[in-house]
Design a protein around this ligand. Sequence first.
Ligand code: SAH
Length: 371
Amino acid sequence: MASDAPAAAALETRLKRLIAHGGPIPLADFMRAALLDPEAGYYARAEPFGARGDFVTAPEVSQLFGEIVGAFLVDLWRRAGAPANARLMELGPGRGTLMADVLRVAALAPDFLSGPAAGVDLVEASPRLAEEQRDRLAAEAGRIRWHAALPDPMPVPTFVIANEFFDALPIRQFERRAGAWRERRVGVGEDGAFVFVLGPPTPLPEAPDADVPEGAVIEVRPEADALMRTLAAHVVRHGGAVLAIDYGYAAPPLASTFQSVSGHRAVDPLAAPGTRDLTAHVDFAALARAARAEGAAAFGPVEQGDFLLSLGLLERAGRLGADKDERVRAEIRAAVERLAGPEAMGRLFKVLAVTAGDVAPAGFDRVGPSP
Ligand code: SAH
């Protein structure tokens, strides 16, 4: 896609004027504008995915990923008593690849997604990506609804998937200095570039205070926590589950994970807002806390490699390669390594499942529900 330099320059000017008049802004405001501004935001303009884009997500690596997620969801729906009128929801569906693979597997269980209220909800903030999803999922369009933000879920069991979605939601950062927490805000330096500036000392409700080293950074993601609470409350009341897959940590690393990957390389995340992806690792403990605050059960996080292997990645890969030539088999082996290998996505990426507590999902047997 052609780069839209004037729109990016206009966004940069707008942010700099905002800072000139109101002072440094929370990182969350910078991130939200850079990613989602309707004219200049990264997701509104760029083509993020694939070898020629900025990064490759698991569903774009191989259909095996979406097929396993699909089989997992159908199994979970069965464990929940196979309710009629269930809905599938995906947050941030990207190119629609994961949903296409999930629906192909789900078609093998025709009772799943049956009943007058059954269907699919796609939550996508980017009109451009929603268009791409419409093309990709044209054959299924009759039962899909698109939403620019999380809708009030219908009062039916809802099975929600989010792959590399939570990492894109805005974060705020706080840094430990001389026994106090200060917000890391975005200001403009003397050379005219965006820089981090520390705000005044501020109390933090959930921050660890004891034994935190000087310079430690904690990250909070209010929108992610609020969204998880809404979904968990829905699951407790009406049934269903939430499956969140992302790169992230089970315990906060006390350091910044704010990053930008452009053309498969790490670049300065504060430079040229709108032209590059901005993310931070997902705090799975915070998501699990949010779910439990609504009375839901949180399982995991487990590592993506363990999750996929325990759900039959190798067997499925073997079947996929059975009637193929050696070149295709080598590609399948490489995809398995990429999805599950500890040096690739297998360990950094983690999986969290949330249910009402009466249903235990497959793939989490090693860990059980977290306390
Ligand atoms: N799940 C896809 C895409 C991941 S990229 C995959 O695995 O390939 C993040 C996706 O979330 C994009 O589709 C982006 O447009 C969408 N997104 C980011 N922030 C969003 C928000 N606040 N609300 C809705 N969608 C959002």
